[in-house]
Design a protein around this ligand. Sequence first.
Ligand code: HPA
Length: 274
Amino acid sequence: MNNLKEKVEEAVKFLQDKTNDYQPQFGIILGTGLGGLVDDLEIAHTISYEDIPHFPVSTVEFHSGKLIFGTLSGKKVVVMQGRFHYYEGYSMQEVTFPVRVLKLLGIEKLFVSNAAGGINNGFELSDLMVLDDHINLCYENPLTGPNVNEWGDRFPDMFEPYSQKLIEQAFKINEEKGLDLRKGVYVSVPGPNLETKAEYKFLGIIGADAVGMSTVPEVIVANQMKLPVFAVSVITDLCYPGKLKPVNIDEIIAAAKAAEPKLRTLIGAMIGAQ
Ligand code: HPA
């Protein structure tokens, strides 16, 4: 994408005009099968991705592709209902374009959810795993290319990709609400195929607890822009010996749906606590 800076700024200006300068404090990205959190919002503005200048258009039919401005737990938020995946054919710069737009709209923290395969053999279907760290196995990096220095460093530090403060808050909420939260390392793969038995084994050996096809590019860009991140995976299939079996996408979406009440409780309480 040429002239990335101009394109992001144009999208930001469009959204500010469209929403009468609605100033969200927090951004939320909803993953596969997790769009129901939107029902907890008091909606002020809904804008389809296809109407936003330079926004990629979501192609997977279960991602409805809308940017929603409103309040959640009394705080102003902007929610991405549906995200862009590398496997859909977008470049990593396109996948992460909305994160830059959200940051320049003024969000102070980013909350991310995704569906992931469980590699840690202590995990069960529909568990929530808070991301404590990640391993990037995607071969294209969203920061490749000319760096916009006013947005962030050429070589951004990744010592704490997920805010420890937000993780602590999540586990406090976990104690109060009994969400049975897990914590672990997420590994990102390009997809779209799921992994072979040997690949799942390899991912466990290198230190991953869950595997998915999103999130890490967005988190890299957020970190470059000094945006604190909280991310959570919903475990939608089990990928360790004894539990691994052929999966289909309907089962993955059903497992995500089953976890939705817990996810809504967690994100709602997290936003309320900021
Ligand atoms: N592998 C990769 N991505 C995924 C998986 C998986 O097993 N489950 C959900 N997203």
